[in-house]
Design a protein around this ligand. Structure first.
Ligand SMILES: NC(=O)c1ccc[n+]([C@@H]2O[C@H](COP(=O)([O-])OP(=O)(O)OC[C@H]3O[C@@H](n4cnc5c(N)ncnc54)[C@H](O)[C@@H]3O)[C@@H](O)[C@H]2O)c1
Ligand SMILES: N[C@H](CO)Cc1c[nH]c[nH+]1
Ligand SMILES: [Zn+2]
Length: 432
């Protein structure tokens, strides 16, 4: 892979190419996705099944689009005991972590006669997108459904594209573990549109969560407003900050672990050590040779990979914050010290024994994370994404006597006299 110094004249162009990828804002992609979304909104199942035939290569009908109880049981039963145990362990760890995120409703009484508060209410109907184009993601089913259940969501729907019209055994087992019984064999922008607008076969939901490729990410952005979405969780990214204490083979392995997701994935190394930079570049070539998904990883590295040599670690942190990567690994002597300077990242992995991949599956924190620089303002999927908040106000006459005149005057200043009257009539003891 090319090694570029951050002081080189081509650094800014490379930075723009990597951060501008994802094609969520690409005009061509937007046009394609808009066409699909509008067509599904208009023609419902008919359009949904047309696009499924075109992009996923199988034929669906109103009778076969949903996974039946029998299909679910039969597929899940094909998962071997030890593999099921791994899903269960992952589920336990994910649940233990996310329990800390549960927020309680609260009220506060600042003075007698005043009660103010906030009620935390679970969303009613949520659609989970578990990707399934070039790889299958049962881990995503756990990452999305477990916090949703902890939040109290009752109606959970799962969409997952299938190549041959059959649900994958691991997806079925993960769904069963989370108590999801309504699963649809659809994916891509058409699945997002179906969940957003509802079709004859697919229920309309209140929120769509979960990651996907550029088509899925663009469709979620497009339907936002019709439904809520969690974030833009598009093609995976990793950025590693490493110093001379890091082992080149481990740095390369971690970069490849995300590059293999998608040709649109991005893997970047930042290091002040140009000896390490060269060693990692050689390791990438060597390790690529033996990867089953070599073609994908190689294309991703060529298009959106980089080894960047910085002046020092402080500059590496500053550049990492500009990237705002989905995953940030700190493979340096004192990672906790570096963490202090990190403002923008979906998740941070400290030290040589915390490979990103352990977080993808089993450590506990969520692997559904913001991409494309959106970690500047978005966070990991969590229990908080599955609730909304309702404000609660209750005042006595005495408290209204104290606040009312100021509120009525404020209303007058805004030129909204009916507002003021609704207050003053109460204070005058008259009914409006
Ligand atoms: N950010 C995160 O939290 C996170 C987590 C897990 C996975 N991911 C990412 O999810 C993605 C999964 O991608 P995937 O492709 O394997 O599965 P996917 O389910 O996201 O996409 C597959 C669907 O894409 C649609 N599609 C493919 N080519 C198309 C075309 N030319 N026109 C219109 N639609 C088309 C098809 O409908 C297909 O069903 C990867 O990019 C991976 O990096 C991200
Ligand atoms: N790294 C992905 C998030 O970008 C999550 C994942 C699931 N399975 C493997 N990886
Ligand atoms: Zn991964």
């Amino acid at each position: 892979m090319n090694i570029v110094k951050t002081t080189d004249s081509d650094f800014e162009a490379l930075y723009r190419r990597i951060t501008g990828r994802g094609r969520v804002f690409d005009e061509e992609l937007w046009k394609v996705v808009k066409g699909i979304v509008e067509d599904v909104a208009r023609r419902g199942d008919e359009a949904l099944f047309d696009y499924t035939r075109r992009f996923d290569g199988h034929i669906l009908t109103a009778q076969t689009v949903a996974v039946s109880e029998g299909e679910l049981e039969e597929a899940a039963a094909r998962v071997e005991g030890p593999d099921l145990a791994i899903l269960q362990q992952a589920a336990q760890r994910i649940e233990a972590f996310h329990r800390h995120q549960i927020a309680e409703s609260w009220t506060v009484s600042e003075k007698p006669g005043s009660i103010l508060g906030q009620r935390i209410i679970p969303l009613e109907r949520v659609g989970i997108y578990a990707p399934g184009g070039s790889a299958s993601y049962p881990s995503t089913v756990l990452m999305a459904a477990i916090p949703a259940r902890l939040a109290g969501v009752e109606e959970l729907f799962l969409v997952n594209p299938s190549r041959d019209g059959k649900i994958s055994p691991l997806i079925a087992a993960a769904a069963k573990l989370c108590g999801i019984r309504r699963i649809f064999k659809i994916g891509g922008a058409q699945a997002v549109a179906a969940l957003a607008y509802g079709t004859e076969a697919i229920p309309r939901v209140d929120k769509i969560v979960g990651p996907g490729n550029a088509y899925v990410a663009a469709a979620k952005k497009m339907v936002f407003g019709q439904v809520s979405i969690d974030m833009i969780a598009g093609p995976s990214e990793i950025l590693v900050i490493a110093d001379s204490s890091a082992q080149p083979s481990l740095v390369a392995a971690d970069l490849l672990s995300q590059a293999e997701h998608d040709e649109m994935a991005s893997a970047v190394l930042l290091t002040p050590d140009d000896v390490l930079a060269r060693a990692v570049s050689a390791e990438l070539e060597r390790q690529l040779e033996n990867l089953p998904r070599r073609a994908i990883a190689q294309r991703s590295l060529e298009a959106f990979g980089a080894i960047l040599v910085t002046e020092n670690l402080d500059e590496a942190v500053a550049v990492a914050n500009r990237f705002a990567p989905e995953h940030l690994e700190l493979m340096v002597k004192d990672p906790w010290n570096l963490l202090e300077g990190i403002r923008h990242a979906g998740a941070v992995f400290l030290g040589s024994y915390t490979p990103e991949a352990v977080g993808d599956y089993i450590a506990g924190p969520n692997h559904v994370l913001p991409t494309g620089g959106t970690a500047r303002f978005s966070s990991a999927l969590g229990v908080y994404d599955f609730v909304k908040r309702i404000s609660v106000l209750s005042l006595s006459r005495e408290v209204l006597e104290e606040y009312g005149p100021q509120a009525a005057r404020f209303a007058h200043l805004e030129g909204l006299d009916a507002h003021g009257k609704s207050i003053s009539l109460r204070l005058a003891g008259k009914n409006p």
